[in-house]
Design a protein around this ligand. Structure first.
Ligand code: DX5
Ligand code: ZN
Length: 216
């Protein structure tokens, strides 16, 4: 399978979202990654559902929504209503993760579980068969443009082995500090999906970076 690429809107020009979404529509990107923050689970606030509605209006690619919020289950209906395809919730934010995953599926979306850099892969053992994807954070969530945490490569390798052993077909997505160099190493370690914010939107030719990431 070719590497899937999901540019992160967090690094887009918020004053001209439509233009950046059109660029993603034209590009070889597979999904559009959207980060929602609450200032509680992470020390930052990005944007909420009213903005997301406009992203959806322009987007011609599936929306991969990453919720960095406490009690994400409260917002399953809103996430569904704005037309998300994938709903990512943090392992660390859900006391009853199994139930939340089922609720996301019942709502008609693909459930994904995200782990912070300090959360070990082995904690996912019992939930792996239930999820469409695991999102491995390779920075501490909350901000774009941070430095890649090297240990994430090893974590992806470990997760790949775990997925094999449990006969799961979960995809592995990685988010934070991904560029052509870290992306290459992540794909070699077993990543299926690369999220990239800064690497795409700060480039003079964003579409070329997306093409480069896809070819890793
Ligand atoms: C960070 C977000 C990321 C962010 C990645 O908490 O989850 O999706 O946009 O940005 P870069 O690729 O710049 O590290
Ligand atoms: Zn994200």
């Amino acid at each position: 399978m070719k590497t899937l690429v999901a540019p992160s809107m967090l690094s887009a020009d918020f004053g001209n979202l439509a233009k950046d979404i059109e660029m993603i529509n034209r590009s070889e990107a597979d999904w559009i990654h959207v980060d929602i923050m609450d200032g509680v689970f992470v020390p930052n606030i990005s944007f909420g559902f009213p903005v997301l509605k406009h992203v959806k209006r322009w987007a011609r690619k599936p929306l991969d929504v990453h919720l960095m919020i406490v009690n994400p289950e409260k917002f399953i209906p809103e996430v569904k209503t704005i037309g998300a395809d994938i709903m990512n919730v943090h392992y660390e934010a859900c006391t009853h993760l199994h139930r939340v995953v089922q609720q996301i599926r019942e709502a008609g979306m693909k459930p994904a579980v995200t782990i912070n850099p300090a959360t070990p892969v082995c904690l996912l053992k019992d939930i792996l068969p239930e999820v469409y994807m695991v999102l491995v954070m390779s920075v501490n969530p909350g901000f774009g443009g941070q430095k890649f945490i090297e240990h994430s490569v090893e974590k992806v390798r470990e997760l790949r082995e775990f997925i094999r052993l449990t006969n799961s077909d979960a995809l592995i997505e990685v988010d934070g500090g991904v560029n052509l160099d870290t992306g290459r190493r992540l794909v070699d370690a077993g990543a299926d999906v690369l999220v990239a914010g800064n690497a795409v939107f700060s480039a003079s030719e964003p579409e070329a970076v997306i093409r480069g990431l896809k070819s890793l």
